[in-house]
Design a protein around this ligand. Structure first.
Ligand code: GYE
Length: 619
């Protein structure tokens, strides 16, 4: 087996050397050590950002003697990229890293690759979920933060702004611009006087800026979607002897003419980092190839605002070797929201055992689903001077004050499982959890695809805790899909607080009003679905038959319900967040910056395959 693999690698290298054409191997070293070949399908190398992405991939790969990278470049052509991936697959790569030229056009070939090998998608997503891991930036929030910063720069006087974009039509670009405009739109005294396209090219930005300078008497700020374009615009202003315009870019790379240096030199007023994910892709590729547990589904990288005030510090931190914290005992304060459900119990267990495995001292406090108790717990962690605080916020809003206190005390905070609102990401280091919106959509997709034929399908919705992220997003995601199917109607919706007793109680009320006119129960978690099953049986109907039931979590109890024919489908929400959380704690303390969001990998389990699926379940 290993021998076959080696000769395959040898052949591949020979082929590349002889033909000298695509695909290209980055390193031709001792093939004896190579265990894994990773194919990298790049959309183009015209964008400096992508050149850096490949460089990061190369650099990171060089740290590992057991992998070899084969690069292809699709030169902005989706058909070529489809062929590139096909060829890489034929050559027997072990893992594919792809940054697609076009999301829709590359979706089928990525899905095809994913059937055979793990696939990591970078930057531009593909449609659906047929890939192993996605890593990319949040362009909307980059745009918003840039907008906010520019508004601060202009202050009360306001002023005229010019936007310089990359090639028109890119979704990432549209999002970035939309975020920027959303914020700028809130200021009456700031005007975006013009928007030009410079295709990520410095020289083109310079030419465009020349024209703008002729056209407009007064430009106060230039916001360019990349630092290179910002530099081009700056050159035009300088050439024309115009001072006083402020330039803001995106990317924040190190090195000559990288954003960091441009900020340091005062050429740019500020930049917003936009990681390529190249380095992380290799790190995760190795974890995936070595079958490590807890690989997330999506990683959304964090953007940092870099100005003259923090550029030195940021550059130093980025270059600094990781501190050795292995000898110091790390203390983590975790505020768990309660013990309301099987999901929560599995979650608490996962956190406790992962802390032991990681050698982290855990102070674990439960809060009986009460926000006041969580705030008290967090304050006690601050008073004790723990190294890191993590918590699962029972509701979304009302955390600003206590999180500011943690920030003032210099203690980083991690969000586990549930998100906060307003989503001020300067208040936490990362969010690790699920995509609740998608869970709601998945429940709805299962339902509408279930072949129900009646003219109207009446749904009872059992909602989770009022004001909590999973309750509001599962409701929203579900509604988003069923709105397209007018025969599906939610006729009753109330909160059962994620508990079995709560679910039973509201189902009883719903049955008292609607009786056998109810066709479907959509429960925001399995515990409430199990409560509803009891209420339905008490009422004299058959759960799972007279009334279909779909819920969220995929706990062992739900599988038992499905095997007994009483529950029809459960959408997975993975509570085993402990290992990822401990990894994040360690990463943080070794000076690594965490991504903004780490989204867990999850599936959908219908009753038909429950018996089989149950064998692989771990909670
Ligand atoms: O689905 C539910 C629990 O926040 C994702 O909370 C979690 C939810 C979970 O009580 O069972």
């Amino acid at each position: 087996m290993l021998k076959a693999k080696r000769s395959m690698i040898f052949l591949l290298i020979m082929m590349i050397m002889l033909t000298g054409c695509n695909p290209q191997s980055s390193q031709v070293s001792n093939s004896d050590q190579v265990k894994f070949v990773i194919g990298v399908s790049q959309a183009n190398l015209l964008e400096p950002w992508r050149v850096i992405m490949n460089e990061e991939i190369k650099e990171e790969a060089l740290k590992h003697t057991d992998i070899r990278i084969v690069f292809t470049d699709a030169v902005q052509n989706s058909e070529k990229q489809i062929r590139d991936v096909g060829e890489l697959l034929e050559q027997g790569i072990d893992l594919l890293i792809i940054s697609p030229n076009d999301s829709a056009e590359l979706t089928p070939i990525v899905a095809k690759a994913y059937k055979k090998i793990p696939v990591i998608v970078l930057d531009r997503a593909v449609e659906g979920y047929a890939y192993t891991l996605y890593i990319g930036p949040d362009n909307k929030s980059i745009g918003k933060e840039a907008g906010q910063y520019i508004a601060e720069l202009l202050g009360n006087a306001g002023g005229n702004v010019v936007e310089i974009q990359g090639p028109a039509g890119l979704p990432s670009l549209r999002e970035r611009s939309a975020g920027f405009r959303e914020v700028i739109g809130q200021y009456d005294n700031i005007r975006i006087v013009d928007t030009v396209v410079a295709d990520w090219q410095r020289d083109k930005a310079e030419d465009e800026m020349e024209k703008l300078l002729q056209q407009y008497q007064k430009i106060d700020v230039v916001f360019a979607h990349s630092d290179y374009m910002a530099l081009g615009a700056y050159k035009a202003a300088k050439k024309n002897g115009i001072n006083g315009i402020k330039f803001v870019g995106v990317d924040g790379f190190a090195g000559t003419n990288g954003g960091l240096q441009l900020v340091e030199k005062g050429i740019l007023q500020g930049t917003f980092t936009c990681l390529t994910g190249g380095r992380e892709a290799i790190q995760y590729a190795l974890d995936i190839l070595k079958h490590e547990k807890g690989i997330p589904k999506k990683i959304i990288s964090r953007s940092n605002k870099i100005t003259l005030y923090n550029v030195m510090e940021y550059t130093k931190a980025a270059n600094e070797l990781k501190k050795d914290n292995s000898k110091k005992k790390v203390v983590l304060g975790f505020s768990q929201l309660g013990a309301e459900s099987d999901w929560r119990k599995a979650n608490s267990q996962s956190i406790k055992s992962a802390a032991i495995d990681a050698g982290i001292e855990l102070i674990f406090l439960e809060a009986d689903q009460k926000q006041e108790m969580q705030i008290k717990a967090i304050r006690s962690f601050i008073a004790q001077g723990v190294d890191v605080i993590a918590f699962s916020p029972v509701v979304e809003s009302g955390w600003d004050e206590v999180l500011e206190e943690a920030k003032m005390a210099g203690i980083p905070v991690l969000l586990s499982d549930r998100a906060i609102k307003p989503d001020d990401n300067s208040l936490y280091a990362t969010f690790i959890g699920s995509d609740f919106l998608e869970e709601g959509r998945r429940a709805a997709r299962w339902l509408v695809g279930n072949g129900m034929t009646m003219p109207s399908v009446n749904i009872v919705q059992l909602e989770g805790t009022v004001g909590s992220a999973p309750a509001s997003d599962r409701k929203k995601g579900f509604a988003e899909i069923i709105v397209n199917y007018p025969e599906f109607q939610v006729i009753y919706s109330a909160s059962g607080d994620f508990t079995e007793a709560g679910g039973q109680e509201i189902m009883k009320s719903a049955l008292a009003i609607y009786g056998n006119q109810i066709h479907v129960v959509y429960a925001h978690n399995d515990d409430m679905a199990l409560g509803a099953i009891k209420a339905i049986e008490e009422y004299g109907l058959k759960p799972g038959k007279d009334i279909l039931i779909v819920s969220v979590d995929a706990t062992a109890a739900a599988f038992k319900g499905m095997m007994a024919g009483k529950l029809n489908c459960t959408v997975e929400c993975n509570p085993l967040l402990g290992p990822q959380l401990m990894q994040a704690v360690k990463g943080l303390l070794s000076g690594r910056q965490l991504p903004m969001r780490i989204i867990t990998s999850e599936g959908v389990f219908p009753a038909e395959t429950a018996r089989q699926d149950y064998l692989n379940r771990r909670y």
